[in-house]
Design a protein around this ligand. Structure first.
Ligand code: 5AD
Ligand code: SF4
Length: 470
């Protein structure tokens, strides 16, 4: 089978970067043009923002968190839940004053929300001071769009899904010095009935095997200590590729690269999570002993209505296999409370599942209807108040489980990556392979390196420790 998608090189048409650099050198309010990029939502958005920053950097931009001193303000938006959308509209409204003070500022919006017509219609109607709007499929086009927005003085809108092409070679400016995201695929084919992502990011496209491995090698060689492979459903990596490769094979190929680093990945989908993958983790040198495997609901009826394509039993089967093969495996999950029509009894099946698995931590969400998804049309008889009560019950149960899990680690010596300083003087913060935070006293010079730490105390889901023999 040939690759189903076309692979193109960004460097073939990036002369707009030079043009933007020339025009911004003249237009900038200070010596150097400044950009303020605010990112909402998931890691995929963070990774996209890092590419936009890469292109802006090549145009000569510096970066600031202060929107008032920026020549370009960009919000990279998320459409997964209503709350995130409301925040974006509120924050865009607030930019009007900045535009009044500094009329030359270019205001842009991009990301998943921009792939929803009702959103772009509202923006066009109600926020005329927004100069540039582009969707998730226009990243490679950003320099040209930006140039047009700056020079034509008209609003530039480019949205719409082109999920036939994968662009390689877009410059990236990573936020982290030693922790980095590495997208391995884009889009999603699963159409879970509550989820907007397949509509905003299009069909699933895997990057080529050798391109991913090469980027991982470059990151490791340039000092990255933690690499997280990203995709909406990493377990189906490779399905559109000519070569017959699986995600497990990709992980195991990267794991062969020598160096002092940890390899993470997210997000896994239980329907495609193979035992082969668990075996690769169990036998690896660098892969974290952490599996983020969202189950969303513990009820088979609800799972079916969500179109998740697995059952509670199949989920537990893979979890039990992971527990057996990866000693001390740390499990996390995403959960939706109050999917349309979910009853309290069905919600209790979610509770019983989390008790059975004993997750390290959970990302929990109250169902949020998304226009255009099948679930948004389903009868939803329970009130938000009722769902909020269930939600609080879930948090209480998980708190107990996390506390017990963390307490069981006291006395152990674990290897951690030191991530930075805490607010407290002389206390560093770090993360175990299982993705659990450990704070301990130590010298700032340790930031960015791996050390052994003995766990002395558990504080709910955070651990305290002290440096152990190295
Ligand atoms: N409502 C609530 N939570 C959602 N998620 C995705 N769509 C919705 C929605 N409409 C959650 C899922 C997913 C995580 C990234 O966000 O749990 O795994
Ligand atoms: Fe959304 Fe489901 Fe795809 Fe995850 S797997 S992005 S929840 S459709």
């Amino acid at each position: 089978m040939a690759n189903q998608f076309e692979y193109k090189s960004f460097t073939d048409d990036n002369h707009y970067i030079q043009l933007c650099a020339e025009v911004m050198a003249i237009r900038a309010r200070a010596e150097q043009p400044m950009a303020c990029i605010r990112t909402y939502g998931c890691q995929q958005n963070v990774a996209d923002s890092e590419k936009i920053k890469g292109m802006l950097f090549e145009m000569g931009f510096g970066f600031t968190d202060n929107a008032d001193e920026a020549d370009f303000i960009l919000f990279n938006t998320c459409a997964v839940r209503e709350h995130a959308e409301d925040r974006v509209f509120g924050n865009v409204g607030a930019l009007k004053n900045i535009k009044r003070r500094h009329p030359s500022v270019i205001i842009g919006l991009c990301g998943c929300m921009m792939e929803q017509k009702h959103v772009t219609d509202r923006l066009y109607r109600s926020f005329p001071f927004v100069n540039l709007v582009f969707g998730t499929h226009s990243l490679h086009h950003f320099p040209e769009l930006f140039y047009n927005a700056v020079t034509y003085g008209k609003r530039v809108y480019e949205t719409g899904i082109d999920d036939k092409t994968v662009y390689e070679g877009i410059p990236t400016r990573r936020d982290g010095q030693f922790k980095g995201w590495l997208p391995i695929m884009y889009g999603c084919n699963n159409f879970c009935t509550y989820c907007i992502v397949p509509y905003t990011r299009g069909r699933e496209r895997s990057r080529r095997f050798e391109d991913v491995v090469r980027e991982a090698r470059t990151m490791i060689e340039s000092g990255y200590k933690e690499i997280t492979l990203l995709g909406q459903n990493v377990n189906s990596y490779g399905k559109n590729l000519e070569e017959n490769v699986t995600f497990a094979q990709l992980l195991s190929e990267i794991d062969k690269i020598d160096g002092d680093y940890i390899l993470r990945f997210m997000t896994s989908h239980p329907k495609d999570c193979s035992k082969e993958l668990i075996d690769v983790i169990a036998g690896s040198r660098h892969i974290s002993t952490h599996l983020h495997l969202p189950f969303q609901s513990g009820s088979n009826r609800v799972l079916k209505a969500m179109n998740r394509s697995y059952t509670r039993e199949k989920y537990l089967d893979i979890i039990n296999y992971a527990k057996e093969k990866i000693p001390g495996v740390s499990l996390t999950s995403d959960i939706i409370v109050g999917f349309p029509g979910e009853t309290y009894e069905e919600f209790c099946e979610t509770l019983s599942l989390i008790r059975e698995v004993e997750f390290t931590s959970l990302f929990t969400f109250i169902y949020s209807p998304r226009e255009g998804t099948p679930a948004a049309k389903m009868p939803d008889p329970y009130t938000h108040e009722e769902k909020s009560k269930w939600f609080s019950e879930l948090l209480r149960v998980q708190e107990e489980i996390a506390a017990k899990r963390c307490a069981s680690m006291v006395g152990q010596t674990v290897r951690v990556l030191v991530e930075g300083k805490t607010d407290k003087d002389g206390i560093l913060t770090s993360r175990t392979s299982g993705n659990i935070i450990v704070d301990f006293p130590g010298d700032e010079a340790l930031v960015g390196s791996f050390v052994n730490v003995k766990i002395t105390k558990a504080r709910n889901w955070i651990l305290n420790g002290e440096l152990a023999d190295q």
